[in-house]
Design a protein around this ligand. Structure first.
Ligand code: TMP
Length: 202
């Protein structure tokens, strides 16, 4: 039996990663989960994090709440699934904290890496699929939504976040796969499947 694989999807809001994560989880018969909000405790943290009426949350508190969500998620969902021989596909991972709270909120990325490595007991995703979707398309998709606290954070913040993802993806191409998020759902899925097949994950 091959060992179970832990895959995370990353990218901006409305980039299509939730759709692709679900498709891949079905294909791999994997446990489909997400950060934040993949556990009952995490759902409560997520409600605070996304709440527009929360106007005074400091970046450090925000980062620690995402790390707390993640510690619970690893202990309750990801770790047991992998230990039980199941593949795991997660919609976001600690890399979202590095992108949003690190690059976006301008906290120290090295410090956030240490805090999150501790939170997850050093169990990192083995493969990260980054759906890189042009800013204009994201903006168009977000226009159709009621914006939450992150989505309403402003253009400069989101530009730093996406540049952060691009920097991380290009500096660790063994772990990261960058996929153009612009195509039709089927085409993006086919690209992801081809890349994972080439790496021997599928
Ligand atoms: P999503 O689940 O719809 O992708 O939204 C999650 C939002 O939470 C998104 O705006 C990014 C943000 N987020 C962080 O800022 N840090 C994190 O660590 C995670 C997991 C999400």
């Amino acid at each position: 039996m091959t060992s179970p694989h832990y895959i995370a999807f990353e990218g901006a809001e409305a980039c299509g990663k939730s759709t692709q994560a679900a498709l891949l989880a079905t294909r791999m018969d994997a446990v489909l989960t997400r950060e934040t909000g993949g556990t009952a405790v995490g759902a409560r943290l997520r409600a605070i994090l996304h709440d527009n009426s929360v106007t005074n949350l400091t970046p450090r508190a925000e980062a620690l709440m995402t790390a707390a969500d993640r510690a619970q998620h690893l202990a309750e969902v990801v770790g047991p699934a992998l230990d039980g021989g199941r593949n795991v596909v997660s919609d976001r991972s600690l890399y979202s904290t590095l992108a949003y709270q690190g690059y976006g909120r301008e906290l120290d990325v090295e410090e956030l890496t240490i805090i999150n490595d501790w939170a997850i007991n050093a169990r990192w995703p083995e493969t990260v699929i980054f759906l890189d979707t042009p800013d204009a398309l994201i903006a168009e998709r977000l226009q159709e939504r009621d914006l939450d606290r992150f989505e309403a954070a402003g253009e400069a913040f989101h530009r730093r976040v996406i540049e952060g993802f691009r920097t991380m993806a290009s500096s660790n191409t063994e772990r990261w796969i960058t996929v153009d998020g612009r195509g039709a759902i089927d085409d993006v899925e086919a690209t992801i499947v081809a890349a994972l097949t080439e790496r021997g994950v599928l």
